[in-house]
Design a protein around this ligand. Sequence first.
Ligand code: ATP
Length: 237
Amino acid sequence: MEPILDIKGLEVAYGKVEALRGLDLCVGEKEIVALLGNNGAGKSTTVSTISGVVRSRSGTITAFGRDITAAAPWSIVERGIVHVPEGRRIFSRLTVHENLQVGGYTVRETATVDKRIKQVYELFPRMAERRHQQGGTLSGGEQQMLAIGRAMVAGPRLIMLDEPSMGLAPLVVAQVMDAIRSINEAGTSVLLIEQNARAALKVAHRGYVIDSGRVTLTGPAGDLRTDPQVVEAYLGA
Ligand code: ATP
């Protein structure tokens, strides 16, 4: 099957720092793909380049059969690719409900936005309970759910999550991973960037390990979980 996202030979540099050096990666329809790697490996750069926020020096990014390598960030969102950046960045003074409405800014029909917000409340009942609460007063896990929920209101076909488990307690990480699984089962593909390889490989179908801007290992999540190199570098004893 044709991948929905296909990256070939991606090179990105920040001045003299070469962040990506010929990265190849693809995401299939209805797949959860984990992107693993140490600090500075190039994970965030990969998603920022897909979303059009960072420009590549060479290589191509094809999404849903179209070349989006030089597309503007808003047009990438309109094509159905939404990025939830690291650190959540919800609007702390806005209520939960208002934050979700912001997620629908590229959606023309108000009825569609309302329908999707309702779906988010079904997915995260906690958000429904707290719809009038200010975003900044939510717990870390709730803020992560809100950030994911807000992205879902844009109606993504591919959602890219940058370190959703960061700073969360293990039980809360498990809840966030369950939410990711539910979103995926409802039909959205997921590119999941994680330092927490254990949690990511539990929920993902496939994974990539990147190092110094290149893929060093890729395969089904089950294979990566038992790969000696992954076990030693990312999973520990
Ligand atoms: P982390 O998990 O620590 O966020 P990462 O795998 O996401 O790491 P990137 O943030 O993509 O890695 O960084 C890749 C390389 O590019 C690193 O060497 C980093 O220092 C460098 N880099 C990232 N952003 C910039 C920037 N805006 N200016 C200069 N160098 C940058």
